[in-house]
Design a protein around this ligand. Structure first.
Ligand code: NAD
Length: 427
């Protein structure tokens, strides 16, 4: 069977659960597809005077529970279907985390590393110039994602505020601190992954101090997952794998006795490329990019890209692995899922596992609305409470319905969205 693309995968996952939940066909028809989609071109004046036209997207999957919410990715391989899939997953993610928001996602087909700061700013403002009438704090609230940064959200929020004539910090989240951003946003997704791993370990009666993890990626999510695994759980991270922008290939960085995530954080650039020379000088070993997946560890954390654990790569997983914590969006294919179920691997599905980011974004818009800001400790404590309760709602459903965690998470999420649609009279 041909490998499914991300959106086909999202629909296949939904279809399976819709059948289990015995959803009416017309309800499925609403939820299988995004409610609204935008595909557009953004002309940008480059530094050398030439004009370059970029492909942009925004997809609003379902806003029955509240304003659409989801990141904007700047990626060279972005496609409409990837954005559709990510928007769909955002609907389930917000519902499973029980925050009153719907699902959206956006993107621009571009490698941001090829742009100057000025070109990036003009591209960000260009995206808003096209989309501003269809976004807003009560409508659709974008945020940073792969290839985008808090600074970019600052520019985009500024452009929106200029166009509407009103200072509107709540239109974008993930803004810089001091520019309407929330404390704890940088750590939120990675720490959220670790709160889930901690609860999974309690459930499986594992001692986190005796456990090790291998991580794919060393961007925002992976960095704080690595720090959290070491500092909160007392475990060891044996390696991280990341893309090297200069060599155009991925490497796995490992170290005898475990990596030091704070050291690696000090030598990584804003795109998640580790400085090879400095790492080697500090005693790190460089292996091929896919070496992370076959390490003898209890926990695997794919936190880079979608489709990484698939029919082919899943066979490389060590028999020691007990938990897969999906830090990235869609990192495991249905074939990998099947393998996990057959081999008793406890999988924490993406839209539960990485919901820390959107939960903190929700806290950011709440703070923007109040114009009153919490300390980092307050934010992280609220985040822990939300993530822990989301994890247990899914675990309880999985025990009650005797289904696997991904299906249980879908059941919790879809049930909440369908109820909201019914209450609003949509179905
Ligand atoms: P990022 O751009 O900060 O980092 C991505 C990392 O992946 C980089 O270290 C890069 O080197 C690495 N990478 C790229 N290709 C690779 C390859 N072939 N092998 C190994 N490593 C590779 O992105 P991020 O914000 O950390 O997001 C990572 C994933 O998590 C994405 O799927 C994103 O959609 C998802 N996510 C992010 C957030 C968030 O708050 N940042 C929230 C939820 C989900």
């Amino acid at each position: 069977m041909a490998e499914l693309n991300a959106f086909q995968m999202a629909q296949a996952q939904f279809d399976r659960v819709a059948k289990q939940l015995k959803l009416k066909p017309e309800v499925c028809e609403v939820l299988r597809w995004p409610l609204r989609e935008f595909s557009f071109r953004i002309p940008v004046r480059m530094d050398d005077g030439s004009l370059r036209v970029f492909q942009g997207y925004r997809v609003q999957h379902n806003d029955a529970r509240g304003p659409n919410k989801g990141g904007i990715r700047f990626a060279a391989n972005e496609t409409f279907d990837t954005v559709r899939a990510l928007a769909t997953w955002m609907t389930w993610k917000c519902a499973v985390a029980d925050i009153p928001l719907g699902g959206g996602k956006g993107g621009i087909v571009v490698d941001p590393a090829t742009l100057s700061t000025g070109e990036k700013e003009r591209l960000c403002r260009g995206w808003v110039d096209v989309m501003w009438k269809n976004i807003g704090p009560r409508n659709d609230v974008p945020a940073p994602d792969v290839g985008t940064t808090p600074q970019m959200m600052g520019w985009m929020m500024d452009e929106y505020s200029k166009l509407t004539g009103e200072y509107t910090p709540g239109v974008f989240t993930g803004k810089p601190l001091g520019g309407g951003g929330s404390q704890g946003r940088t750590e939120a997704t990675g720490y959220g992954v670790i709160y889930c791993v901690r609860e999974a370990m309690k459930h499986l009666k594992m001692d986190s101090k005796k456990c090790s993890a291998a991580i794919q990626g060393f961007g925002n999510v992976a960095q704080y997952a690595a720090i959290g695994f070491v500092e909160m759980l007392g475990g060891k991270v044996v390696c991280v794998s990341c893309w090297d922008r200069n060599d155009k290939k991925a490497y796995t960085y490992s170290k005898e006795g475990g990596i030091d995530p704070r050291f690696l954080l000090s030598i990584v650039d804003q795109y998640g490329t580790i400085d090879k020379a400095k790492a080697q000088k500090a005693g790190y070993t460089l292996e091929p990019g896919d070496a992370w997946i076959s390490k003898d560890v209890e926990v695997l954390i794919p936190a880079a890209l979608e489709g990484q654990v698939n029919a082919e790569t899943v066979k490389k997983i060590s028999s020691k692995v007990k938990i897969v914590a999906e830090g990235a969006n869609g990192p495991c294919t249905p074939e990998a899922d099947e393998y996990f179920q057959k081999n008793g691997i406890f999988d924490i599905p993406d839209f539960l596992c990485n919901a820390g980011g959107v939960t903190c974004s929700y806290f950011e818009s709440v703070q923007n609305d109040m114009n009153f800001y919490w300390t980092k400790e307050e934010v992280l404590e609220k985040l822990d409470t939300k993530m822990t309760s989301a994890f247990h709602a899914v675990l309880d459903m999985s025990k009650k319905e005797k289904v696997y965690m991904r299906d249980a998470a879908y059941m919790v999420a879809i049930d909440r969205v369908v109820k909201a649609m019914e209450l609003r009279g949509w179905v």
